[in-house]
Ligand binder design. Structure first.
Ligand code: ADP
Ligand code: MG
Length: 824
């Protein structure tokens, strides 16, 4: 019989993947042929160009590294392809992930004979939209007809919560995986699980510890012992040797969870010494020292996730451990420590390696199987259209629906009854009369701790029983989740480096939003290169360049039927579903035309050289703010600097850059770490500049009062007072971003007052005169200046406005506004 719910759940992990199924209230994780519950997420192409997935493939990472790949999940959404050297075949991260999914499907097929047609697939909560989108594509490539995406921490909480009686509590899910870290505060209330807050890092996980072992212990030792000075990740000569060391590092790390020390003996091929044997003893203490900055980073993320919601660690009932590295004793004691860690009681009853797949299966039990909704050829004359949830916290759930018979049927006098035959004694709903249209609604009664099956008894007016399709429905009492929240805000970047937000962090999904944007450049039909291009960003900073660019919304010249002048309206509609898949439509009023699917999601390739250049600039900034922080002795600034040092942020970026030649994830990681460093520096800068910002706010408000006195009209006083109140609130909240925005708003109002009097355009003009050196077309600029002067002399405000606009257009970036104090 076709499944009424999806029931299968897959944890498509960076390192390992698992598949599980929900049977009633129990979850089974499938074992592969060798008896393992997890399948390494690795793909190997053999000399006959056949693909192998899982354990065999993983072993080949060592012997045949040019034809075996792993950890491709970290490149999801990027244009990074893997090339199997022997055959030259290229595969994208989503194609490789599809192979893993196919393998999991075949594990089930092999065990039970069932074809898995749909499965819930988990993704890290920290995944951005292009990564979720790529996961969805992988599922399609693997032949899955349905593949709702579920956030991994939610899955873990579900695995624990499904049959738990805990209520009104908070949990913290701590998921330290192979390559990603997620921390989520979960609230359990009235049988419903909800994500309260989330933090995470797409480049934090066990593999970073492996690489740190290679970089900090093995490479220096190989250099010393064999005298190969240039041995390192940057040199392509040693790619194979280094790959081998990385795998050995991982094995040693895993063994050190159970032992105090491990000795390795690795065969390496080195120049002049093709059969070198590298012997090395590694002690648990070495691993702990090396793992420390990564664990600290995870603890800091957890602390922030809690403090954002003003939750003390004591408010958290338990900390749910997820991911292989949580098997490390040091990590556990570090987390449990009340002073250096979190001091929350640890919970690891469910195997940290399969807990996510288990939760995914539980969630799959709530998801209707759409391919089964087509009427089954059971011969029944009556079909039921049901409104009900197959899993829910309620022991007396509501079920409603409609009985559909032949078109000629009038269902007056018909009754329907639900019977729970497994209950002792059997429970019956009693006969419920149908409305003439066939509709009904009633409550069921279900037992906890097992899957309840309700037989459906339909009778006509004479009491004759009639077969129905379906003939029974299942219901299980268990915890469910509310809408999954959006993890990062999503918006579009404006020319002034601000973000026009569409969806805010935490917004419940699905969500839809429409807004009107303006085009920055003209698009002429005949001009093939012209395009309306609006960058889409994901992240929580009000500054566009501090967020991740995740795609572009594009309408190309050949798509438009007429020219679209610069500054035209574009009405954009964003639709995001529960799986965080985004669809974007645009409507251009001047064309009266709709454009479907105008967004291309995906990252640009990371350019290591650019990251290196940017890092140099940030290093200078760090030295600069370090001095300032020392001078001002501000607590926030000192704390942020201490965090930059303790997490070794600069070193992390540098390490990533060195590794970038051999590890495609490393360049991305370097770029992300650079982003963290920037954000931390912004914070220090804000803190040290705060007193100056407050002084500026004072100066601006008194300037605004002066303008009001000289040029104000009715209504202006109220507006200025409202700005003053908002500025005061921002100063009290000590929020630099908000204060900056509030000051901009005040400036805008003052400028409007001045503009009414014709004063503003004169100020703009003077301001632009000072920037003439930076303008693109000098001779045009000078002509405009001459025209501007004539307009100024003739008191021609509109003439000046036109000149100013054109002059501003000659600048590479939008000019800063004139200083208010110059008005006075
Ligand atoms: P993912 O979710 O990324 O697939 P997993 O949760 O399967 O990751 O964890 C994989 C990581 O866990 C790897 O870095 C692996 O080395 C590490 N790991 C697995 N078992 C242990 C162990 N016993 N001790 C320490 N680390 C472990
Ligand atoms: Mg995982």
């Amino acid at each position: 019989m076709a499944r009424t719910t999806i029931d299968f759940g897959i944890d498509l992990g960076t390192t390992n993947s698992e598949i599980a199924v929900l049977r009633g209230t129990e979850v089974e994780v499938f074992k592969d042929n060798e008896g393992f519950e997890f399948t390494p997420s690795a793909v190997w192409m053999d000399p006959k160009n056949r693909l192998w997935v899982g354990r065999q493939a993983r072993e080949k990472l060592e012997d045949d590294p040019q034809n075996a790949f792993c950890e491709f999940k970290l490149q999801m959404g990027t244009p990074e392809e893997k090339v199997f050297q022997r055959s030259g075949r290229r595969m994208s991260p989503e194609m490789l992930s599809a192979e893993v999914l196919k393998e999991l499907r075949s594990v089930v097929k092999h065990r039970t004979g069932e074809d898995v047609e749909g499965a819930v697939i988990t993704v890290p909560a920290a995944f951005e939209l292009p990564q979720s989108d790529a996961t969805n594509k992988a599922a399609q490539l693997a032949g899955l007809k349905q593949s709702p995406l579920l956030q991994e921490p939610v899955a873990a909480a579900l695995a624990y919560g499904f049959q738990s009686l805990s209520d009104r509590v908070f949990w913290l899910v701590y998921d330290f995986g192979g390559g990603t870290f997620d921390a989520a505060v979960i609230q359990v209330r009235d049988g419903v699980i909800q994500v309260v807050n989330h933090g995470g890092d797409n480049h934090l996980g066990g593999k970073l510890i492996d690489w740190a072992l290679v970089d900090e212990l093995f490479i220096p030792a190989v250099r010393r012992e064999f005298g190969v000075r240039d041995f390192g990740r940057a040199n392509p000569l040693y790619t194979a040797a280094i790959a081998k060391l990385k795998l050995e590092a991982e094995k040693a790390k895993v063994k050190l969870s159970a032992r105090e020390s491990v000795e390795l003996s690795v065969g390496l091929s080195l120049p002049g010494n093709p059969q070198a044997t590298f012997d090395f003893e590694i002690k648990r203490a070495d691993l702990e020292r090396i793992a420390e900055p990564f664990i600290l980073r995870s603890v800091n993320i957890c602390r922030k996730v809690l403090s954002d919601k003003r939750l003390a660690a004591s408010a958290i009932e338990r900390l749910i451990l997820v991911g292989g590295p949580t098997l490390m004793p040091y990590l556990r004691s570090r987390l449990a420590d009340a002073v250096h860690g979190l001091g929350i009681q640890l919970e690891a009853k469910v195997d940290p390696l399969t807990v996510v797949a288990r939760g995914a299966a539980v969630f799959a039990g709530t998801q209707r199987n759409k391919s089964a909704s087509a009427p089954i050829a059971s011969g029944a004359q009556y079909t039921l259209e049901l409104e009900y949830k197959p899993i829910g916290p309620d022991t007396e759930p509501v079920v409603g629906g409609r009985v559909v018979g032949k078109a000629s049927d009038v269902l007056t006098g018909y009754t329907i009854e639900f019977v729970n035959t497994d209950a002792r004694p059997p429970w019956k709903s009693g006969k419920i009369g149908l409305a003439p249209t066939g509709t009904f609604v009633t409550n069921l009664w279900a037992e906890r701790g097992r899957a309840n099956k309700f037989e459906i008894v339909l009778c006509d007016a004479t009491g004759r029983k009639l077969p129905t399709d379906p003939s029974a429905i299942p219901y299980t009492v268990g915890m469910v989740i509310t809408e999954q929240p959006l993890i990062h805000s999503v918006g579009v970047a404006t020319a002034s480096n601000e973000v026009k937000q569409f969806f805010e962090k935490g917004a419940p999904l699905p969500a839809r939003k429409r807004d009107v944007l303006k085009t920055a450049f003209a698009v002429s039909r005949g001009n093939a290169g012209d395009v309306i291009r609006i960058p889409v960003v994901e992240g929580d900073s009000p500054r566009a360049d501090r967020n991740r660019r995740i795609g572009v919304l594009e309408i190309k010249a050949h798509q438009v039927k007429r020219d679209v002048p610069a500054g035209s309206d574009v009405e954009v509609t964003l639709d995001m579903d529960e799986s965080r898949l985004l669809r974007v439509k645009a409507y251009v009023p001047v064309l009266d035309e709709d454009f479907e699917d105008v967004i291309t999601l995906g990252y640009e390739k990371t350019d290591a050289a650019e990251v290196a250049k940017a890092l140099e600039a940030e290093k200078r900034r760090l030295e600069d703010v370090r001095k300032k922080a020392e001078a001002t002795d501000d607590d926030d600034a000192t704390e942020a600097i201490a965090r930059i040092d303790a997490e070794r942020m600069v070193f992390q970026v540098e390490g990533g850059l060195v590794a970038a030649s051999g590890d495609p994830d490393a360049a991305q990681k370097a770029r992300n770490r650079l982003g963290d460093l920037r954000a931390a520096l912004d914070q220090v800068e804000d803190a040290v500049e705060w007193p100056a910002m407050v002084a500026e706010a004072d100066r601006m408000t008194s300037a605004a009062r002066e303008v009001l006195k000289e040029h104000g009209e009715r209504g202006d006083l109220g507006a200025i007072e409202a700005h003053e109140a908002e500025i005061k609130a921002a100063v009290q909240a000590k929020d630099p971003d908000i204060l900056r925005r509030r000051l901009d708003e005040l400036r805008g109002t003052v400028f409007r007052i001045l503009d009414r009097k014709g004063i503003m355009q004169v100020m703009w003009f003077r301001n632009l005169l000072g920037m003439i050196d930076q303008m693109r077309d000098r001779s045009l600029a000078e002509q405009l200046v001459a025209r501007g002067r004539r307009a100024m002399d003739g008191n021609d405000v509109e003439g000046m406005r036109a000149v100013n606009r054109q002059l501003a257009g000659l600048l590479p970036t939008a000019p800063p506004p004139p200083d208010l104090s110059t008005v006075l």
